[in-house]
Design a protein around this ligand. Sequence first.
Ligand code: DSN
Length: 478
Amino acid sequence: MSRNAESTAFRSALEVIRAVEPRVADAIGAELADQRESLKLIASENYASPATLLTMGNWFSDKYAEGTVGRRFYAGCQNVDTVEALAAEHAKELFGAAHAYVQPHSGIDANLVAFWAILADRVESPALKKAQVRQVNDLTEADWFALRRELGNQRMLGMSLDAGGHLTHGFRPNISGKMFDQRSYGTDPATGLIDYDRVAEAARDFKPLILVAGYSAYPRKVNFRIMREIADSVGATFMVDMAHFAGLVAGKVFTGDFDPVPHAHIVTTTTHKSLRGPRGGMVLCGPELADQVDRGCPMVLGGPLPHVMAAKAVALAEARRPDFADYAQRIVDNAQALAEGLLRRGTTLVTGGTDNHLVLLDVSGYGLTGRQAEQALLDSGIVTNRNAVPQDRNGAWYTSGIRIGTPALTTRGLGTAEMDATAELIHTVLSQTTPGANADGTPSKAKYVLDPAVADSVGKQATDLLAGFPLYPTVALD
Ligand code: DSN
């Protein structure tokens, strides 16, 4: 696409917006400038293509389309049907899935759709059958009461938060933790790796209805074949949340035992992380769960977002191109180069390295909490996020870790040489930051001391590093 067409499209859109609320147009322009200037290492972020972004700004946003393709609760959905069917078709082809549901608005929504599809299949359907009725409205008050209790009394086994699991996998602050009786499996304290024998033991002991695999801060591959065997051995439904690494599955970096789709009963994902699409979610499954999954809206979702489903179709079409596989491989090459650069400089990494798109630094070796490190890096133009490490002594708010990831910088075109330079910048900041003290002299977990000249110098080096890799090079707003 020519620089002209994309620049004209975004410039014209801003002109139209500016005529109504100039502060919004200014904020949109400022966001592009900020993203262009910062070294974005947030493992869950990326840069969607101009085509994907432009697909979201149109009249599809005005349409209600509850229901599924060809079976809507509103008239006039023929064009929504076209884009939803296209998105599902691309998803099925890309991931080799029998069924794709592209309506979830986010990862938590996709997980809720999956949980309720499993509960409907494993708990509700047998209860309806037993009562010899077709739907819940036909149950007696007593049977309905008993079913509600049973639905709310099921078990889930997922990865613990400090080992890299996700809040939506049954943790109490999230709705999933209030729905399920949850137990977690952690990682081996010596290696930081999943110990499959321990997972099998926990499954035998706990007998969950659902075994969940997937993570937001585990820097290694997961063997989904073994996890499926564990699920089967206790009669659990095996669910994988591949939100973080969907791009590596799409790009065929994770294949065989490490591709969740052939092994799981149901797979959920976001579409905006390593998959590089619009902000949203998606569910993949076999024919057994397809009907239940398609009931996501209105079961747990509000009306579908047709403009976002259209953008999912565009992004998934992009991910089916051969160059996406090259992109996915470069994400991992870059993460490994970044990890090696940090290790060479003495940084402690959880599990000692990475197999995927993310690296988890244990910054206690620098004498810092995650919060201090995150802020010092931000002062220096490096955007990361703090994250708990296994058995974290600083808890989930201050943490002892920094999570970094390479999908975004890889989209910009940075390669392994720039990853080594990035490791040097990170190490410089962390090694020159010291913990601060509270007003009463006690050690603070949030305050820190970093010479502004160091932050300034690192910030300039980060800008220089990025200068060779312009973000959205086809888009000029002035
Ligand atoms: N917020 C996402 C992440 O950063 O990993 C997951 O919810």
